[in-house]
Ligand binder design. Structure first.
Ligand SMILES: Nc1ncnc2c1ncn2[C@@H]1O[C@H](COP(=O)(O)OP(=O)(O)OP(=O)(O)O)[C@@H](O)[C@H]1O
Ligand SMILES: CC(C)(CO)[C@@H](O)C(=O)NCCC(=O)O
Length: 443
């Protein structure tokens, strides 16, 4: 992988991947179809060499997709020159073609998997630019990670005729996080007391760090390098807990509605504070202010109230605080176990939501007495699927590491703004400019 900066300052991320179609010699029919097109004089080479441009992360709550779309414009001479200077790029033997375009992100609720299948089918994402009749069923392999890559493998095969090429979830999370941290400027940021600040990542001083992925459940991974990691802990109190309990308690119809409610809520109505127990006073001897939550939802035991007597806004706020606080605290304790100072939080529970990030960051700051830092990632929920997309590279005969690339080219990224609260379709609009190298000799 390597990258250049174009005139607009947008990032060019160069990913070496293999073409998506496996063409076993045992299938002469398929082989000759592709060869036939390649040999055709009228069709430009770039039209033929479509990379596998889809990867999936099928989680307990959400399906994430990354797909590549090509720009029509060709590489400029300057870009060709820059690429030619990259290690392994100027192959001279014509074994690669460079496709310029964008990586797009999309997500669907796992419970609505049919919408996802329809999206892939309508946009022909699984066909890599070929027509359906040109590609034999069962010969298309798409990289996929997450539990759903196992659970829904047959469904994808039946509905789209594709085989899911399974990649380990933790491997993908780590390679996705490393990729974003090294290749995309303004990816990581701190968010404390309402103040957002982007963090400059020193590539020589990135490891070790703690990656906390807050999906339905939470995984905590100590990352020591590319492909070097250990899942050191996890908790079942995660995003699924917030959304599941919140839905039951508030009757909200969507996750974003529940999150929105929390904006107007006041957790003190339901949470039992230190002051509630200590007659309005701090318990300063052990460092607890009167406003510290002593017991989440604790007031509900003494109030002679029923569920309907509480405002959904207050319930949502209390729940969000309970889950976020708990994750922040467990993360810090695990960072402490291994002497890690930097904690990166990913996963769609965060949803770029100010109050969630603030609560997590305050918990880390409070428990570590300012020693450890909580950081968040702009592509928070797409780590795993990016890792799956990049795993095509493993099968390519040419593979630059992100490290080499990151050192070689300056970086920046095109993005859709610094929104703290993102509307639900934001993910569809956010994209990363990139170039994909397709290896020709796999055909
Ligand atoms: N539109 C949404 N619908 C449902 N949950 C959402 C939505 N947006 C954000 N979330 C939150 O994100 C969580 C899922 O995050 P993510 O996609 O990172 O994990 P996952 O891959 O589904 O879970 P796991 O890795 O545990 O299998 C949900 O549990 C919920 O808290
Ligand atoms: C089971 C996974 C890894 C599936 O993504 C995730 O939901 C998780 O990390 N859950 C927490 C499990 C635990 O460690 O208690």
């Amino acid at each position: 992988m390597c990258r250049t900066e174009d005139g607009l300052g947008a990032v060019q991320l160069h990913i070496y991947i293999r073409l998506c179609y496996r063409t076993p010699d045992s299938n002469p029919h398929f082989h000759s179809q592709i060869r036939g097109r390649m040999d055709s004089a009228e069709v430009p080479k770039e039209e033929i060499l479509q990379p596998s441009h889809l990867a999936l992360d099928i989680g307990g709550s959400l399906i994430k997709l990354v797909y590549f779309s090509r720009n029509n414009n060709r590489l400029t001479d300057k870009e060709h020159k820059t690429l030619g200077e990259g290690p392994g790029v100027s192959s001279g033997d014509g074994s690669y073609t460079v496709l310029k375009g964008k990586l797009h992100f999309a997500k669907f609720e796992t419970s609505k998997i049919n919408d996802c299948l329809e999206f892939i089918r309508c946009n022909r994402l699984h066909l890599g630019g070929f027509c359906e009749h040109e590609v034999p069923r069962d010969k298309i392999f798409v990289k996929a990670t997450g539990g759903g890559a196992y659970k829904f493998a047959d469904l994808f095969n039946e509905e789209l005729g594709i085989s899911l090429d399974k990649e380990d979830e933790m491997d993908c999370l780590v390679s996705g996080a490393n990729f974003l941290l090294k290749a995309v400027q303004q990816e990581a940021f701190t968010y404390l007391h309402g103040h957002k600040e982007f963090v400059q990542i020193d590539h020589n001083d990135l490891y070790p760090y703690l990656l906390v992925n807050i999906g339905s459940g939470v995984s905590m991974i100590k990352v020591d390098g590319d492909g070097k990691f250990e899942r050191i802990s996890g908790t079942n109190l995660g995003g699924g807990t917030f959304w599941g309990l919140g839905r039951l308690l508030t009757k909200c119809k969507s996750f974003d509605e529940l999150l929105e409610l929390s904006h107007q809520g006041n957790n003190r109505v339901i949470d039992m504070l230190v002051g509630d127990i200590y007659g309005g006073m701090d318990y300063s001897k052990i460092g607890l202010s009167s406003t510290t939550i002593a017991s989440s939802f604790g007031k509900a035991i003494s109030d002679k109230k029923e569920l309907e007597d509480y405002r959904p806004e207050d319930i949502s706020r209390s729940l969000l605080r309970m889950i976020s606080n708990n994750i922040g605290q467990i993360s810090y304790l695990n960072a402490l176990r291994f002497g890690l100072k930097r904690i990166f939080f990913g996963g769609f529970f965060i949803r770029s939501h100010a109050y969630t990030m603030d609560t997590i960051a305050v918990a880390v700051d409070f428990w570590s007495k300012g020693e450890a830092k909580a950081m968040f990632l702009r592509h928070e929920g797409f780590l795993g699927v990016l890792g799956a997309f990049m795993s095509y590279r493993k099968e390519s005969c040419c593979g630059l590491t992100v490290d080499e690339a990151a050192q070689q080219f300056p970086i920046s990224v095109s993005h859709s703004g610094d929104k703290i609260y993102c509307p639900s379709n934001q993910d569809l609009n956010d994209s990363i400019e990139c170039c994909v190298y397709a290896t020709k000799h796999h055909l």
